[in-house]
Design a protein around this ligand. Structure first.
Ligand code: NDP
Ligand code: MG
Length: 385
């Protein structure tokens, strides 16, 4: 039986690579559902090629255009965020790949967990915003959450059933500004930030990588995925991105997972787990890896990483506040409304201003997200004056 996969965010970087994995293994996987937000023409093209059972466009204004374009095919066409939540619950779906960006991933992930679908989790924001709630839900419904993020997939691949780990070492490329001084960081542009040295990704996560917020989020994601204390999560800058992350066991042994930087591998592993399946992806050539280097992250220049650890230590709705503020400032940075370093200032102010809730409910997360976005937008506008 082919595994039926719902790809949430099929038009994005992870989504298109997931479709390449499906294309490589037509005997194993089938795209059951494809969803997007705005890029309707790409969604139409994908639907024609992969013939899914259903497509959903989150932006309801594009519904008629999409419906018309696919009217000659037996594909169900829906629109809106609620429809995405419904589609993931359909009986035939085996795996839900959460490859949409941002807070929008939270609700459909919760719906998929309740429907007991295997979650291939790319959307790390869900774990950042509400990791505790997601874990409780996954426990209640006995739903597996398999990591797609390359670092977390690496750790997952290194784990040993019988042995508890002492700590994990998350590797970070350091992004395009790794060697920049504070003075240089003050003037970086979005064009520079959007050029990641090792990975080609969506705009938001590329900016997050440049600002090290991505690594901060991955620390929080790791806490919830692997049940760790903050002090068990270490970040090491490794600019070559060959080691995707490491696990240290109680006896001091360290296991690492290595490979060329290619997201198709962790995506495929989440689809094929617990098996591995043959792939045609590039192999690592050790003769070309004669310079693997490691250094400590600098949280003075990259304050976001320190802010993420602070949010993790405070717990409650604090990571949700950081996530929402970050989504606002990244969007503002991409519109040239705020400077690169200004992003951390706004996030820090939101952490101080938005009411703290130690044990949030789902409704608390929703209101925290909305309130933080309002305050962050207000600070950005005031700064522009
Ligand atoms: P992209 O920006 O490339 O793609 C995002 C996808 O989500 C698109 O299909 C987009 O649709 C859709 N989308 C955006 N907003 C909404 C919304 N409100 N409702 C429904 N769908 C929406 O992002 P990436 O693929 O780079 O990243 C996706 C997720 O995976 C992120 O959470 C990221 O952190 C994570 N991730 C990504 C990695 C990578 O290598 N790219 C690595 C590790 C994790 P449309 O195209 O129509 O706008
Ligand atoms: Mg990652």
């Amino acid at each position: 039986m082919k595994k039926q996969i719902a790809i949430l965010g099929s038009t994005g970087s992870i989504g298109t690579q997931a479709l390449q994995v499906i294309e490589e293994h037509p005997d194993l996987y089938e795209a059951y559902a494809l969803t997007a937000n705005n890029r309707v023409d790409m969604l139409i093209e994908q639907a024609r090629k992969f013939q899914p059972e259903v497509v959903v466009i989150a932006n309801e204004e594009k519904y008629l255009y999409l419906k018309e374009a696919l009217s000659d095919l037996p594909i169900k066409v829906y629109a809106g965020a609620d429809a995405i939540c419904q589609v993931v619950q359909e009986k035939s779906v085996d795996i839900v790949l959460t490859a949409m960006v941002g807070y929008a991933g939270l609700r459909p992930t919760m719906a998929a967990i309740r429907a007991r679908k295997v979650i291939a989790l790319a959307n790390k924001e869900t774990m950042v915003v509400a990791g505790e709630l997601i874990n409780a839900l996954a426990n209640e419904y006995q739903t597996p959450i398999l990591p797609v993020d390359s670092e977390h997939s690496a750790i997952f691949q290194c784990l040993e059933m019988q042995n508890s780990l002492e700590k994990i070492i998350l590797t970070a490329s350091g992004g395009p500004f790794r060697t920049f001084t504070m003075e240089q960081l003050q003037h970086v542009t979005k064009e520079q930030a959007l050029k990641h040295p090792n990975w080609s990704m969506g705009a938001k996560i590329t900016v997050d990588s440049a600002s090290m917020m991505n690594k901060g989020f991955e620390v929080i994601e790791a806490k919830w995925l692997f049940g760790l204390k903050p002090e068990q999560i270490e970040v090491v800058v490794h600019p070559q991105s060959v080691i995707h992350s490491m696990v240290e066991f109680e006896d001091g042994a360290v296991k690492a997972q290595l490979g060329v930087p290619d997201m198709r591998l962790p995506i495929q592993y989440a689809f094929s787990y617990p098996q591995r399946v043959r792939s045609s992806f590039d192999r690592l050539d050790f003769m070309k890896c004669n310079n693997l280097t490691f250094e400590a992250p600098d949280t003075n220049r990259f304050r976001n990483l320190a802010l993420a650890y602070e949010a993790l230590n405070q717990g409650g709705n604090m990571p949700c506040i950081v996530n929402a503020a970050n989504e606002v400032v990244v969007a503002a940075f991409l519109k040239d409304q705020i400077s690169f370093l200004g992003m951390s200032d706004v996030i820090e102010q939101c952490m101080q201003r938005v009411p703290f809730i130690q044990v949030p409910t789902y409704e608390n997360y929703v209101s925290t997200d909305a309130e933080t976005r309002r305050i962050a937008a207000e600070i950005v506008i005031n700064q522009m004056k």
